[in-house]
Design a protein around this ligand. Sequence first.
Ligand SMILES: [Zn+2]
Length: 327
Amino acid sequence: MKTLEQVRAALTPYPVEVEFPDIEPWKTGNCGIDYVHSFDSGQPGPHVLIMALTHGNEVSGAIAVDTLLRSGVRPRQGRLSLAFGNVEAYHRFNPQDIDATRFVDEDMNRVWLPAALDGERDSVELRRARELRPLIDSVDLLLDIHSMHEESAPLMMCGACSKGLEFARSLGVPATVVADAGHANGRRMRDYGGFGDAASHKNALLIETGQHFSKKSEHVALDVAARFLIATKAVAEADVQGFLSQQQPVTQQFLQVTEPVIASSMDFSFSEDFRGLERIARAGTVIARDGQREIVTPYDNCVLIQPSLRHLGQGVTVVRLARVLAI
Ligand SMILES: [Zn+2]
């Protein structure tokens, strides 16, 4: 049986092309929560939040939030909050083991259920989520900035409600928007409370900017953050013009996740070096082997969402399958 270290050693390593910003200057926030800065315009309008580092090694969001804080951007209406999530994991980043600091004890993007937040269980991530919860409860519009294990074009994850899809469309980038209901092993921040409730006015987006450590991801993070602030009318375009770098695609492609592929063994391998967004033409095509089990595509034109073995384990989602939505 292979170990995770052996699996990772066989994968192509990615160079760390970006600088990890020193976020220590942002430790003392201005709203009673460390690493959270919140600015009220004094004018009516929504409370918008840009969250970085929900996963500790996903540095592009930290670069974007650090850059926005240093720019001195302030809301023209409503309230703007800029936050760093799993700072404990971020501070433990080790360039020799770049995949290890996604979290310390558990995935902070699976704890956003009242039962977990109100429960007795303790972890570094639950403690931080409980600190952040009063902030998140007061947010109307959220952008949660993530990045991916493998180099792939950026993806906007818009959740299961049509309001998320419309929100993603209003930003105009990136080219690919993915509708999905999250994960069976816990709830993401973007699906928490009103964000995941079709009847609520609240809305949330999760951007996957590209590979964790690539320079491209840094530009995507800042560009999408700026477009989020413009789309929510927190700022005027002129306020963040310098951060816009992506060309708007002619049309966005919308995908619907239908199912995860969950590894049942450490003897799991893909049939090709998939990186994400590959479209498999024929139903029944073998895309992976899990021990003796063949994993085949269930329908024609099946799109692979975030295939990766960097966190392989029994019960771990290693890729999700998606249909192209006709919109
Ligand atoms: Zn992430």
